[in-house]
Write a protein that binds this ligand. Structure first.
Ligand SMILES: Cc1cc2nc3c(=O)[nH]c(=O)nc-3n(C[C@H](O)[C@H](O)[C@H](O)COP(=O)(O)OP(=O)(O)OC[C@H]3O[C@@H](n4cnc5c(N)ncnc54)[C@H](O)[C@@H]3O)c2cc1C
Length: 443
């Protein structure tokens, strides 16, 4: 379906979600300009920001398929079938993400993905990119976007300008929208496991590696060049924190005590540790994502979340799918489009922000708890028996595209039922009956 009128939309931010939204809109007849503060990473050898690789799953893949770019990205993906847990005593074991062969998530290079998305949006949909354009302000009376050296007229704005969004500031200053920033008090630092002397992976490349250590953890995702990007997650303050690890000696002792196997995998840990910056983590909850029919935000600008469910990008790409569906449904009525986007989709943003926080506890702590393992086995057993009603929460998030709020609610029901059964408060027969009465079939 193409729209009757060819309207112009200004997008702010050419990160992971901006080019996807622009492609969706251009595919139905809009003309689009994207303004991006950085230089063009395709001609300028700069990194595409923090976190060198990311986990891509169903929600992100759906958007990439919709705009037609997925086949170009597919060859660059590395499937990961589960979490490879590295215990403190050196034991290693795999916890599969799902039960079906296709229930995998994919490691993808952030910068490569971003470049493909920009190339594709430009060549297939004639999206116009304006680099070195940092949005400073929005003038509502004159309908102009203010950049460093010039003002550019706009009609409608979509902001995907990330966690420190200017468009979000504009919306909250001009409407009753409010937003809440919740710092996690934990940060992250990236380290690299280079390939071995034969140019091969030093660890199994078909899993996401985790070294869970209670209050903190290390993870590693494979890269196409046979290296791994490791991310160390630590509290910012206190014992075993980024502020505590302020000398090479302390860093070495820390890794020797908690991650001894990594000393052989990462060359010169203390040196690399001190070269790399610390990123802070937190969540942002907004009450509303739009300002009447003029502006809306999506992606991290609308819902910055902690990275522990591997969903920030996936959620941002799903925003594009959702917005596209409203644009088509309300054919040019932006009041309705933006209002519906906020009303229907903000609760999903809050739900994934909460689930991402809960998953931090699961990843760094519970994965090694015997109770967690019992629960996980039960989840798989129940999924086998009630495949269309009882789907483990991780699978609903990563392998289905149900709204996150629905995932959250179903997850709570499932969790309570399993808890009662494990405690002996429910017989198996009763558990089965409750599943059938409380969980409707998933479409
Ligand atoms: C350590 C870490 C690991 C992660 N791992 C995963 C993962 O495994 N899976 C996953 O799905 N997600 C992951 N994420 C989250 C993911 O990176 C983000 O959710 C995703 O990048 C959001 O896309 P976006 O387009 O909204 O924002 P971004 O990709 O941040 O893009 C925002 C763009 O806006 C530009 N910009 C900012 N301000 C302005 C301005 N004033 N004017 C013009 N341009 C501006 C920026 O330069 C940038 O290009 C991770 C995040 C972190 C920090």
């Amino acid at each position: 379906m193409r729209l009757k009128t060819k309207e112009h939309i200004s997008l702010i931010g050419a990160g992971l979600s901006g080019p996807v939204m622009a492609s969706y809109l251009s595919s139905i007849g809009f003309s689009t300009d994207i303004y991006e503060s950085r230089s063009d990473m395709r001609t300028n050898l700069l990194s595409a920001g923090r976190s060198i690789n990311l986990a891509l799953s169903v929600r992100g893949i759906k958007a990439l398929k919709d705009i037609g770019v997925y086949e170009k990205i597919k060859p660059t993906l590395i499937p990961m079938s589960g979490r490879m847990i590295h215990d403190a005593n050196g034991d290693v074991h795999l916890q599969p993400y799902g039960q079906k062969k296709n229930e995998v998530i994919y490691s993808v290079s952030r910068s490569n993905l971003n470049k493909i998305l920009m190339d594709y949006a430009e060549s297939t949909y004639s999206v116009n990119f304006n680099f070195d354009h940092q949005l400073q302000d929005i003038d509502l009376n004159k309908l102009t976007l203010r950049f460093q050296n010039k003002d550019i007229p706009f009609n409608r704005i979509l902001g995907s300008d990330g966690a420190s969004s200017k468009v979000r500031d504009f919306i909250s200053e001009n409407s009753d929208a409010s937003f809440l920033k919740k710092p996690l008090g934990h940060g992250y630092k990236e380290l690299t496991i280079i390939p071995n002397n034969n140019g091969e992976f030093q660890l199994d490349s078909s899993s996401l590696h985790i070294w869970p250590r209670g209050e903190f953890m290390l993870i590693a995702l494979p890269n196409f060049d046979r290296s791994f990007t490791c991310t160390l997650f630590l509290p910012m303050e206190g014992d075993n924190s980024f502020s505590y690890l302020d000398s090479e000696k302390k860093v070495f002792k820390f890794f020797k005590k908690y991650f001894p196997d990594t000393l052989q995998l990462i060359s010169d840990i203390p040196g690399e540790y001190h070269k790399k910056p610390v990123g802070k983590l937190g969540s942002i909850y907004c009450s509303k994502w739009h300002y009447n029919d003029r502006a809306a935000i999506f992606g991290d600008a609308a819902h910055t979340i902690v990275p522990f469910f591997g969903q920030g990008m996936n959620a941002s790409l799903q925003d594009c799918t959702v917005m596209h569906s409203f644009v088509k449904r309300y054919d040019g009525n932006w009041d309705k489009i933006f209002k519906s986007f906020s009303e229907k989709h903000v609760p999903n943003g809050h739900a994934i922000a909460d689930m991402a926080l809960e998953n931090y506890i699961e990843m760094r702590d519970s994965v090694n708890d015997p109770k967690y393992k019992i629960k996980r086995e039960l989840e798989f057993e129940l999924e086998n028996k009630f495949w269309d009603r009882f789907v483990p929460r991780y699978s609903m998030v990563s392998f289905h595209d149900l709204p996150y709020l629905e995932v959250y609610r179903r997850g709570q029901v499932q969790s309570k039922l399993m808890h009662s059964f494990i405690l002996g408060d429910l017989t198996k027969k009763k558990l089965y009956e409750q599943i059938e009465s409380k969980l409707t079939p998933i479409r």
